[in-house]
Design a protein around this ligand. Structure first.
Ligand SMILES: *Cc1c(COP(=O)(O)O)cnc(C)c1O
Length: 370
């Protein structure tokens, strides 16, 4: 039997949610209003010319846009020289295969750290193309890292497990170059580039809209692709053609450019990291002080600052929680389908009002159902 919805039992959030409510989906990061305005305007006319929607990739204007986007990324990430910044398509999921196909040549093995849903997806896909050694997240602390018959070329890890709410507090030190899937926490915290071999991320969570995949690769890892790899998927060929081997995702690059500009104006990665820490701390504190009504899914040492995941002690109340959250204008709080429970996404573009409305709702739901 469906639980009747009783929105009147829930106090209205301090500020009314905007039209369409506040969205907490993990699948797409919200864009700040300034960025949406900039994009909307550019769809009509950009830099005194035509619409950005039909900007030719062979134009000087696009080359400039691309170089500014790359420069903003380099500045924000504090990227040392010796790395290529590539713009690709196919999402992070394509990189699960393209990383081994580009970096391993015809032999060689990849080590993968197993920390949750996305690292397992990455390892499963890589294993279709290469020898994969799976390691627990604490395997590197052991006196001698596992030895392999074929040489291990790199160590893959997922810096933030979007589905599980589990995050590396800092990148581990490793005997092999690190390959990091940063799709869901790119530019939400500083990273130490020492030991970084390759970083990849889909754009739709941290950088704007779907269609663009960012790949940052260290020069010494180039030149090892399998000969059969299609040219447009070959890092070395892309680097040589400055990511314009064929038509790049022009519009998604434009949105990333606008989002990166916004991040710079806010104070860069240090400002983003402070915000992420403050917001996630407030959410975890609400969960931790609920007397067990809310159950955080991850212990303090490994908690994600982007994706707090939790359940209700009384699991049968979960549909009612989601229903009343929607009535209060708070959407997409359900956990990843393979993990269940509840999940908050705190991306850089998530408005402050969304977080405070959520915090009030958590309190109010407990007050009326605890
Ligand atoms: C969303 C996500 C992916 C998959 O991204 P696609 O663009 O759908 O391929 C991979 N890894 C992580 C950590 C993610 O959060």
């Amino acid at each position: 039997m469906a639980v009747p919805c009783c929105p009147e039992a829930v106090a209205a959030p301090a500020a009314a949610a905007p039209a369409g409510g506040h969205r907490f989906s993990a699948a797409a990061g919200p864009l700040p209003p300034d960025v949406v305005d900039e994009v909307a305007e550019a769809c009509r006319s950009w830099r005194g010319g035509g619409s950005v929607l039909s900007l030719p990739f062979i134009s000087e204007a696009f080359r400039e846009l691309q170089h500014e986007t790359q420069a903003r990324l380099r500045r924000l990430l504090g990227l040392p020289p010796g790395y290529q910044v590539l713009f690709m398509q196919g999402g992070a999921s394509a990189q699960f295969a393209l990383v081994p196909l580009n970096l391993l040549g015809l032999d060689g093995a990849a080590a993968h750290l197993d920390t949750g849903h996305w690292s397992r997806r990455a390892a499963a896909e890589a294993a279709r193309h290469a020898r994969v050694v799976t390691l627990r997240h604490d395997a590197l602390d052991e006196p001698a890292p596992p030895r392999e018959t074929s040489p291990v070329a790199y160590l893959h890890l997922t810096s933030n497990e979007t589905a599980d709410g589990w995050q590396w507090p800092r990148l581990p030190t490793s005997p092999w170059p690190l390959v990091v899937d940063m799709s869901s926490d790119l530019l939400t915290r500083a990273i130490d580039c020492t030991g970084l071999g390759l970083l990849y991320a889909s754009a739709q969570k941290a950088l704007g809209v779907p269609g663009l995949t960012l790949v940052i690769v260290r020069d010494d890892l180039l030149g090892r692709a399998r000969p059969s790899l299609p040219g447009v998927m070959n890092y070395t060929a892309l680097a040589a053609a400055d990511s314009r081997l064929n038509t790049p995702p022009v519009f998604a690059i434009f949105v990333a450019h606008a989002m990166l500009g916004w991040i710079e104006r806010q104070g860069g990665v240090p400002a983003m990291a402070r915000t992420a820490a403050r917001r996630s701390h407030a959410v975890y504190q609400a969960l931790d002080t609920s007397g067990g009504f809310y159950r955080p899914q991850v212990g303090p040492a490994w908690r994600s600052s982007v994706h707090p995941c939790f359940g209700l002690a009384e699991r049968a109340l979960t549909p009612r929680f989601l229903e009343q959250a929607r009535a209060a204008g708070l959407f997409d709080l359900q956990g990843h389908p393979d993990v269940g429970g509840l999940r908050v996404s705190l991306y850089n573009g998530t408005p402050e009002a969304a977080v405070s409305a959520l915090l009030s709702f958590l309190q109010e739901f407990q007050r009326t159902h605890g």
